[in-house]
Design a protein. Structure first.
Length: 211
C-alpha cells in the first residue's frame, strides 16, 4: 500500500470512530448514536460534496439512497454502479452524521463540528481530486469561501467562474436535488438546459480517465 493511501486509511478510521457530537463540549448532542457516512479513496478524481445524511442514509450507511440521489445521478448521467464506485467518485457531505430533525420534520443543518474537525485534514489527504460538485448552500459556503454568492441562486448562476478557477480543484455549484427545490428548478429552466449538459460532460471526462 502506498504511504498516502495508508495515511488516508488511518484518517478514515478516526472519522468513522468519531463520537464528538454524542457529547459535545457545547451545544446539543445528536439525538441518536453517531454514524459517519462518507466514501473516499486515493484514486477518485471527482467528489460529490453535499449537506448531510438523512434518515434513510442513517439507517443504511449508504449515501443518496433516496429520490434525491436518483435525481442527482440523472443530472450527472451516471448509473448507480458508477456513482457508488468510490475508486472513481468520492462522497463527502458537510456533516458526516444525520443531524436529526426539527419539530416540523425537516432535517436540521449539518453539524458544524465535522468541517471544523475533519474537512481540512480530509481534503489535504485527497490531492488528486480535480472536480468538486458542491451540492447545496452549505457545501458551497465551505468550498467556495469568499467566492460564494449572497444566495444559492447567485452562486449557481456564477458556475462558469468556479469551474474555470485555477487554484485547487475546480468547483461546480449545484442546487440540492431534494424535492424541496422543485420550485427553484421550475423557475430556472436554464439549469437543466445549460448546466446539466456541462455537468455530464465533466463527469464522463473524469470517469473515462485511466488510472
Amino acid at each position: 500500500m502506498r504511504p498516502e493511501a495508508a495515511s488516508l486509511d488511518r484518517l478514515l478510521l478516526r472519522i468513522r470512530a468519531c463520537r464528538h457530537c454524542a457529547n459535545p463540549p457545547s451545544g446539543r448532542p445528536l439525538p441518536h448514536e453517531p454514524r459517519p457516512v462518507l466514501r473516499v479513496s486515493p484514486t477518485a478524481r471527482l467528489a460529490v460534496c453535499s449537506q448531510a445524511p438523512g434518515t434513510r442514509v442513517h439507517a443504511s450507511g449508504v449515501p443518496f439512497t433516496d429520490p434525491s440521489g436518483d435525481r442527482l445521478r440523472d443530472w450527472m448521467g451516471v448509473t448507480p454502479a458508477e456513482f457508488y464506485n468510490e475508486d472513481r467518485i468520492a462522497i463527502v457531505p458537510m456533516g458526516f452524521c444525520f443531524p436529526g430533525q426539527t419539530e416540523g420534520g425537516a432535517d436540521l443543518p449539518p453539524r458544524r463540528e465535522c468541517s471544523q474537525l475533519w474537512h481540512s485534514q480530509l481534503f489535504a489527504a485527497l490531492p488528486q481530486i480535480e472536480l468538486i460538485l458542491a451540492v447545496g448552500s452549505y457545501a458551497q459556503a465551505w468550498h467556495l469561501g469568499n467566492s460564494v454568492g449572497a444566495k444559492l441562486d447567485a452562486t449557481v448562476r456564477d458556475w462558469r467562474k468556479h469551474l474555470k478557477r485555477k487554484e485547487g480543484p475546480r468547483i461546480l455549484p449545484l442546487p440540492h436535488p431534494s424535492w424541496r427545490n422543485n420550485a427553484w428548478l421550475k423557475r430556472n429552466p436554464w439549469f437543466e438546459a445549460t448546466l446539466v449538459p456541462v455537468l455530464r460532460r465533466e463527469v464522463q471526462a473524469l470517469l473515462s480517465q485511466e488510472e
